[in-house]
Design a protein around this ligand. Structure first.
Ligand code: PLP
Length: 367
């Protein structure tokens, strides 16, 4: 497959100066600063994907009657570009994001995009703004592809037929600037993130809008993040915040790992998939299955469950140290990041930043 479109390129007349960029890259935070350019590609039912552009980053004119504002027809993706020891820049498994975007698009009645066009768009932006890819250890350039319905009109009986796909990029610092600290999590009994037949496996902004009240409840209960349970029995553990969950049983050579299976209500994380692949190669048996909150609590009480962590592109891993619900509360391990969690993290980071071999062909060199 080759790229299906030629991009029209308009470079900004006011790029950030080297000094401005250096000041931002010294402390980028997450999602606060954006690079000089962005990608836009239009879709219409009669023309398909067309009008691909790289242009200066900036506001986009929108009709107030655009369907996305009223019916939330949108989706997004998230991946990163990493600086390598030789100065080159790579992305990590970008075709997985492309394929996932298309699965989300099908669920949201939005158009699919040729995977190669998705990857070309992301990589054109990184190539153009490569000076924004940080050098500092553990920093990266976060890439945010997204798509939304621009069809004008409030009628819902005819599906939207015009869409805009965009990519923006944001330098990203350390997720844990003061060292990795386990988070505390809240078992949400009042809210559900996703129900069977719903949109839980789509990377769709509406899932986030619907989860903010649960996250606020977690914070009000003194916790960092919310654990989502299944919608039917409110027992089976699905995700934490916007990360997939991993449970480690035992330790050392006998450690094994379990992650909730993709039942249709979970998001299929690229990090989750990478952990499932890496673990067996490090001698850690890994399986997908089911775990209830009772099993989680009793497993920690008996010492069988030794580590629990969330995983996703932004944080890579986020150890869970404490669990709290309406009628129960417990601690995992000694409340410090676990050995297996940290080994998996080191291995994945090593592949992403080019300090370890990449036996799986996961990194995609751009510049
Ligand atoms: C994006 C996301 C994840 C993590 O996916 P990665 O591809 O590993 O970044 C997990 N859960 C939810 C709900 C998400 O939106």
């Amino acid at each position: 497959m080759s790229s299906t479109l030629d991009f029209e390129i308009t470079l900004t007349e006011r790029p950030a100066t080297a000094d401005e960029r250096a000041r931002i890259l010294a402390d980028p935070g997450f999602g606060r600063h954006f690079t000089d350019h962005m990608i836009t590609i239009r879709y219409s039912a009669d023309r398909g994907w067309h009008d691909a552009r790289l242009e200066p980053y900036g506001p986009i004119p929108m009709d107030p009657a655009s369907q996305v504002f009223h019916y939330a027809q949108e989706l997004f993706e998230g991946l990163k570009a990493y600086r390598q020891p030789d100065g080159s820049v790579v992305t990590f498994r970008p075709f997985m994001n492309a394929a996932r975007m298309n699965r989300t698009a099908r669920r949201m009645a939005m158009p699919e995009m040729p995977e190669q066009l998705f990857v070309d768009a992301v990589e054109l932006l990184v190539r153009t703004d490569h000076a924004w890819v940080p050098d500092a250890e553990g920093h990266s350039l976060y890439l945010r592809p997204f798509m939304f319905a621009t069809t004008r009109g409030l009628g819902v009986n005819s599906p939207a037929d015009e869409f805009l796909f965009m990519v923006i990029a944001s330098p990203s610092g350390l997720y844990y600037p003061r060292g990795i600290k386990p988070v505390s999590v809240w078992l949400s009994q009042d809210y559900t993130r996703a129900a069977p037949g719903g949109t839980g496996e789509a990377k769709f902004g509406g899932n986030y809008a619907a989860s903010f009240a649960g996250q606020a409840e977690a914070v009000a209960a003194g916790c960092d993040q919310v654990v989502w349970l299944d919608a039917v029995e409110h027992r089976w553990v699905e995700e934490v915040g916007s990360m997939n969950l991993m449970f480690v049983y035992g330790s050392g050579a006998r450690a094994r790992m379990l992650t909730p299976a993709l039942t249709g209500t979970l998001l299929a994380g690229v990090t989750r998939d990478s952990m499932l692949t890496l673990a067996p190669d490090l001698g850690i048996a890994a399986e997908e299955g089911k775990i209830s909150i009772e099993e989680w609590q009793s497993g920690c009480a008996s010492g069988e469950i030794t580590e629990v962590f969330g995983c996703g592109t932004a944080a890579i891993i986020s150890p869970v140290g404490h669990v709290k619900g309406n009628d129960r509360e417990w601690t995992i391990g000694d409340g410090e990041p676990g050995e297996i969690s940290m080994r998996l993290r080191e291995e994945l980071i090593g592949i992403q930043y080019g300090t370890r071999p990449d036996p799986y062909g996961w990194v995609h060199k751009i510049v």
